[in-house]
Design a protein around this ligand. Structure first.
Ligand SMILES: Cc1cc2nc3c(=O)[nH]c(=O)nc-3n(C[C@H](O)[C@H](O)[C@H](O)COP(=O)(O)OP(=O)(O)OC[C@H]3O[C@@H](n4cnc5c(N)ncnc54)[C@H](O)[C@@H]3O)c2cc1C
Ligand code: SF4
Length: 502
């Protein structure tokens, strides 16, 4: 599918435009909001800092892909104990371009909690209608058996022997061929990330997309936003090629949970709420590797094909995550020869991830030397969830016949039998001993009925403003507990409907 999107420097050195609505960011929230606004008949411009990259340029080579598609080569991090790496996408399609395609609906228990504690009005039935509308453009189905691959088969076997609740993951990749490269950009155009679904649909509905435009500020007067302004960037994103200003009657921020609060702060738009930038949720996650005597060949099949939700009520979710060797090797708890020995048996390795539904204090405090200043302090309760997840994966691997299990837990890196693993839960593991990643930053501009509880109102409008909206992963007032893209899209549609109505 060929889509042509202008690049910042082609518009320079000075560019201005006018629209009914301008959307900042083209990820799960921005692309869906843009499409909904265009369908409602508004003239809408969506500006994206990253490039537009089509599949011919998805080389599958890790270094090239991270440079091309990830922000800061995937190395954004939250400082704290421990620090947490937060990979994020930066291209047309946002993080969806490099995500795994996992598409879970919002748990109903959360919708009830958000209703009771934060006044959210979305009922399960209303949200189901949004999901149905989304799925018309982006069909979702569980991974079929023939695409599960060895990694998921190992977990299916182990979980069934233990009698644990598990299943194939629902995904938005109807023509997937199971090449296991989703996080480097799908070379088959099979995963219907935003660049292949809502972006083209938005363009067909009349929306304008511009790439390599970095918004620096929302311009506003007396609570009314009237424009966004920033830099036109060169095609490789390294050089400022000019300035732009786009005037609009409505401004919708969908720059993601790290950059939306930064943009608001930088624009002097904290609003009337002390909640802006606080309550960062990360779904802190750890990887566990199982070594088998038989070939697993985890790269044949879907990268994230299977889940285990046996411990979901305790805030622990397990999901497949078979990554390329260049990403797996640094995640192993070994160095030098030992690491090489394990990597030599890559064919016999299985890899699964555990993530926690977290409640640890964290936030985005602005910028330092041009980088986001993110803090996060993992509590003991959340650390225990991560450890429980690692233990559970170890149990599954041993039940499926693993010879050894490797974790990212300092002092407990290797287990050679299930008895040793059983003793893991007897320890209180200090949070600092965990090696963590976060694929799901969210919650930094929470939606609530009043400014005492959130930073945007129930329509998604920043408190204290008339026409400034948020439509991305920032909106959720607590940890989501499932992979967020589908919930972000549903909420973005609801916000866009409010913008259009006004
Ligand atoms: C490796 C990986 C795998 C994942 N897998 C899954 C999965 O399988 N399922 C799932 O549900 N979730 C997954 N996620 C998470 C999911 O993709 C994100 O939660 C979701 O895309 C977030 O949507 P968003 O709209 O909030 O932000 P994003 O999708 O990150 O979009 C924000 C966009 O705004 C742009 N932007 C930021 N600042 C500016 C600015 N100043 N000016 C202009 N543009 C700007 C960014 O470049 C970016 O493109 C994964 C994440 C990662 C990193
Ligand atoms: S497994 Fe391969 S074909 Fe399937 S969605 Fe991922 S990258 Fe695309």
């Amino acid at each position: 599918m060929t889509v042509s999107i202008p690049v910042g420097e082609e518009l320079g050195p000075s560019f201005s435009a006018e629209a009914d609505a301008v959307v900042v960011g083209s990820g799960a929230g921005g692309a869906v909001a843009t499409h909904a606004l265009a369908e409602a008949g508004l003239k809408v411009i969506c500006v994206e800092e990253g490039p537009h990259v089509s599949r011919e340029r998805f080389s599958g080579r890790q270094l090239e892909a991270t440079r091309q598609l990830y922000r800061l080569d995937g190395m954004t991090a939250a400082l704290g104990t421990p620090s947490v790496v937060i990979p994020m996408g930066c291209s047309i399609g946002g993080t969806t371009t490099i995500n795994a395609g996992t598409s879970f609906r919002t748990p109903e228990r959360l919708l009830r909690r958000w209703g009771e504690d934060f006044g959210h009005t979305a009922t399960p039935d209303e949200l189901a209608r949004e999901f149905e509308a989304i799925e018309r453009l982006m069909p979702i189905a569980p991974v079929p058996d023939h695409l599960l691959g060895g990694n998921s088969e190992v977990v299916r076997l182990g979980a069934s022997r233990l009698g644990w609740s598990a299943g194939p993951i629902p995904r938005n990749a109807p023509t997937c061929r199971g090449c296991c490269r989703c996080v480097l950009g799908c070379p088959e155009d099979a995963k219907l990330s935003m660049n292949l679904s809502f972006v083209p649909a938005g363009l067909r509905a009349g929306a304008i997309y511009l790439s390599r435009l970095r918004v620096r500020q929302v311009l506003h007067r007396a609570g009314t936003a009237h424009a966004v302004a920033g830099d036109l960037l060169s095609a490789d994103g390294r050089r400022r090629a000019g300035r732009f200003e786009i005037r609009a009657r409505a401004v919708v921020l969908a720059a993601g949970a790290i950059f939306t609060p930064i943009l608001l702060r930088r624009s002097g738009l904290q609003g009337a709420s002390r909640h802006l930038g606080r309550h960062l949720r990360l779904h802190p996650a750890t990887r566990v590797v199982g070594l088998f005597d038989r070939p697993v060949r985890g790269w044949e099949g879907v990268l994230q094909g299977y889940f285990v939700d046996e411990f979901a009520r305790e805030g622990v979710k397990l999901e497949g995550v078979f990554v390329p060797p260049g990403l797996l090797a640094p995640a192993l708890p070994f160095f030098g020869v030992e690491s090489a020995e394990v990597m030599r048996r890559y064919e016999n390795l299985a890899v699964f991830g555990a993530m926690a539904e977290d409640d640890s204090p964290g936030g985005v405090d602005g910028e330092l030397w041009g980088l986001p200043r993110i803090r996060y302090r993992l509590t003991q309760a959340d650390a225990n969830r991560v450890v429980k997840g690692a233990w559970a994966i170890g149990r599954i691997f041993f039940a499926a016949g693993a010879r050894a299990v490797y974790t990212g837990i300092h002092g407990h890196e290797r287990f050679d039998d299930v008895d040793a693993l059983e003793r893991l839960l007897a320890h209180s593991i200090p949070p600092a001993w965990l090696e963590l990643l976060s694929m799901h930053p969210h919650g930094t501009v929470p939606m609530a009925a009043d400014p005492g509880r959130g930073a945007v109102d129930l329509e998604g409008r920043v408190f204290g403003t008339q026409n400034l909206w948020v439509a991305d992963g920032s909106l959720f007032p607590t940890a989501l507990g499932v992979n967020p893209q589908l919930t972000i899209m549903a909420y973005a549609r609801r916000v866009a409907q409010q913008v259009a109505a006004r």
